[in-house]
Structures are given as C-alpha cells and as structure tokens.
Write a protein that binds this ligand. Structure first.
Ligand code: NAD
Length: 277
C-alpha cells in the first residue's frame, strides 16, 4: 500500500508516514537511513542540531532514488534564529545534505525568551520564495506563538511539528491548527519509550484485536487522527514493523480508548516550549 499524503496549505503534499533521525549517531546515520530507505520510507525528518545531516545526505545520494520521490525535512536551530543568520544556517544545512532543495524547513523551537522567531519566520518565507525550501513550517509552536506569527507576517505555517502521543495530545494546538489549515506532525509518537504506553490496556488490547504489535497500533492511532508521523528506530526489523501499518484499521472505539490516555502518566516527555531555549 502506498503511504497516504496529507495536503498542505501551500498546495504541496507530504507523505503521512516517515522516518525520524533524532539521536541517530552521526557515524551510523548513513547506514541507518539506507536501511530505512530499503524498508520503503521516502520521508526523512532531521535537524541541524541532530548533527547527522551529512549522513542523511549520503544515504540519499547513494540510494539512487529520484529526488522527487523523496521528502526531506530539516530544521533551524535556536542559536541561528534571526533574519540573516537563519538564511546562513539554511544554506549550511543544504550544503551538509548535499541537496539543491529541502521539501520542508522548520523553525525548531520558538524560544520566546530571545524573541527572534518572527524575523526568523520572515527569513523562511524568503527561503521558500527562492525555491530552496518547497514548504516552510514551525515546530514546538504553541497557540500564542502561532497567533503572533500569523498576525505579524500574514504567512501561515504549512505544519507545526509538536510533541504528541497518547498521554500528551495537545488539544489546544491541534484545534487551532485545524481551524487555520496547519497540518500537525507528531514528534515522540511512541512517547520516546519514556512511559509504559505500549503496555497500556488500550494500546495492548487494540494490538491484540488486530494481531499487530502495540507500536503498530499507536502509529495507526496517529494516522487515523490525521497526524503526520515519523517514528525512529535504529533496528531494521522495527523500521519494517513501523512501516507496516496499512493492512488494518483501528475501530472508533479503539481510537477513543487510546484518546482517553490524554494526561495519563506524566503527560509531556520533552521540554516545555514556552520555556525552552
Ligand atoms: P519515538 O516516540 O519515535 O520513540 C523512539 C523510540 O521508540 C526508539 O528509540 C525505540 O526505543 C522505540 N521504538 C521504536 N519503534 C519501536 C517498536 N516498533 N516497538 C517498540 N519500541 C519502539 O521518539 P522520537 O525519535 O523522539 O520521535 C520521532 C522523531 O520526531 C525523531 O526521530 C525526530 O525526527 C522528531 N523529533 C522532533 C523533535 C522536535 O523538537 N521537533 C523532538 C523530538 C523528536
């Protein structure tokens, strides 16, 4: 089954399932991304701060897969926010990736304390106009940050990539995004393994009912909620498992039971976007 695509507000589209490379060791990245491409992934999510853009770029080059069949996202790191510094950082990312364009470029965190995300966003709009990023978006932006971007620049992000998993579903951001045509990308979709999500009865029960693994049930939950998702694994068998999620469908009751995990455990597993950076 081909991976479905989500339509973005700029006329482009993105594969709904991809592969993330946070905490993938730079020396191992080429091998791991090569494995992911062999498993069928065509959408890769990296970031300048992950330190592994070169490895991602080498795997893409070595794969021989036509560029237009791949979807590559990278992100502007916090220290590089600013009108000119954002452009310089973007150029450095393209250079490390060895690509002529990226499909999606994101502001990684708002960092409200340094108050440079609006000027950075204007820089991203110029990068998109140049054609070197096909789409632009943000990450870890909460409702006040999104409201300010849109009010001050008139440019609505194509996506907001936020921490999102069953114990932390971010209803306020998801609702704002739906009303403003912003696609949601779930980072940490499996809760980064930091709480017993896969053992929870809602997830384990749905998995057993369909004869799939708990991770597959959770990935399916993201897909059926309409989120874009790119789980990470260094292991080939899990890469294949996480990609094999189009042969079954959760029932409404199973989705609702997983929805009911909101606020369970400790909720968020990552930093607070209002305070981080
Ligand atoms: P994740 O929720 O995808 O968890 C990854 C971990 O889950 C793996 O290390 C592994 O231990 C476990 N796992 C993976 N597949 C499994 C399976 N089939 N069964 C059991 N366990 C399994 O967390 P993540 O990597 O942090 O998030 C995915 C991607 O999101 C990242 O790689 C990165 O691209 C992106 N991300 C973005 C931000 C941001 O600030 N924008 C932050 C974190 C992650």
């Amino acid at each position: 089954t081909p991976v479905p695509r989500i339509q973005l507000n700029d006329g482009r589209s993105i594969p709904q399932l991809g592969f993330g490379v946070f905490l993938v060791d730079p020396p191992e990245t080429e091998r791991i991304v090569t494995d992911a491409l062999e498993a069928g992934y065509r959408h890769i999510d990296t970031a300048a701060v992950y330190g592994n853009e070169e490895g991602v770029g080498r795997a893409i080059a070595a794969s021989g897969i036509p560029r237009e069949e791949l979807y590559l996202t990278t992100k502007l790191w916090n220290d590089d926010q600013g009108s000119q510094s954002a452009i310089d950082a973007f150029d450095a990312s393209l250079e490390r990736l060895g690509l002529e364009y990226v499909d999606l470029y994101l502001i990684h965190w708002p960092v409200p304390a340094q108050d440079r995300y609006v000027e950075s966003w204007e820089a991203l709009a110029r990068i998109r106009e140049s054609g070197r990023a096909r789409s632009i978006g943000v990450s870890n932006f909460m409702v006040p940050h999104l409201e300010r971007l849109i009010a001050e620049t008139g440019v609505t992000p194509a996506v907001d990539q936020i921490e999102l998993h069953p114990a932390h579903q971010q209803p306020a951001v998801v609702d704002f995004a739906a009303r403003n045509g912003i696609a949601i990308e779930s980072w940490g979709p499996l809760g980064q393994g930091k709480y017993p999500l896969l053992e929870s009865p809602a997830v384990a029960g749905a998995a057993a009912a369909h004869g799939v693994t708990p991770a597959q049930a959770v990935i399916r939950w993201h897909l059926q909620r309409g989120f874009i998702v790119f789980p990470k694994s260094n292991r080939r068998e899990r890469m294949a498992e996480n990609f094999d999620v189009f042969g079954f469908e959760l029932t409404e009751a199973e989705v609702a039971a997983i929805d009911a995990l909101e606020g369970a455990f400790d909720g968020r597993v990552g930093p607070d976007p209002h305070a981080f950076g």
